[in-house]
Design a protein around this ligand. Structure first.
Ligand code: DQA
Length: 149
């Protein structure tokens, strides 16, 4: 039996407010609910999962740096840092781990500045626009990717 895949889920700034923050765009699910179904999906799939949210770019980068030695892949919703952070991209690249980028909203159907991502170019793939299901689909895609690697 192969070792369980270890997955790190990263949620960027403002995602702690899910459920109350612009629900017409981001939906009604709270971050606790999202982390809950991801944990149960991972368990069913025989994977280990750790989730981390921060509003602080440096803390996100510290956690990603640690993942290099204790995770096999990263599922990330970088929030607004998607569109601005070279440092977050560098940290993900430095981790040398496969990355799947997810967004609740369809960033391509919104303001022009949201259509640029510093992360997509280094990700295995991107899932955007399916609300909470973007996370489900992203986790499934990452697990498949890790098992095929
Ligand atoms: C988001 C999209 C970003 O543009 C925005 O800044 C967010 C959430 C999403 O999940 O749709 O914070 O990443």
């Amino acid at each position: 039996m192969p070792d369980a895949q270890r997955i790190l889920v990263i949620h960027g700034p403002n995602l702690n407010l899910l459920g109350t923050r612009e629900p017409e765009i981001y939906g009604a699910a709270t971050l606790t609910e999202i982390d809950g179904f991801l944990a149960s999906m991972a368990k069913d799939a025989g994977c280990e999962l750790d989730a981390f949210q921060s509003n602080h770019e440096g803390l996100l980068i510290d956690r990603i740096q640690e993942a290099r030695t204790n995770a096999d892949g990263i599922l990330i919703n970088p929030g607004g840092l998607t569109h601005s952070s070279v440092s977050l991209r560098d940290a993900l690249l430095g981790s040398e781990l496969p990355v799947v980028e997810v967004h609740l909203s369809n960033v391509h159907a919104r303001e022009t500045f949201r259509q640029q991502s510093y992360i997509s170019g280094i990700a295995v793939g991107v899932i955007t626009g399916f609300g909470r299901n973007s996370y489900r689909l992203g986790l499934e895609a990452l697990i498949h990717h890790l098992r095929e690697a």
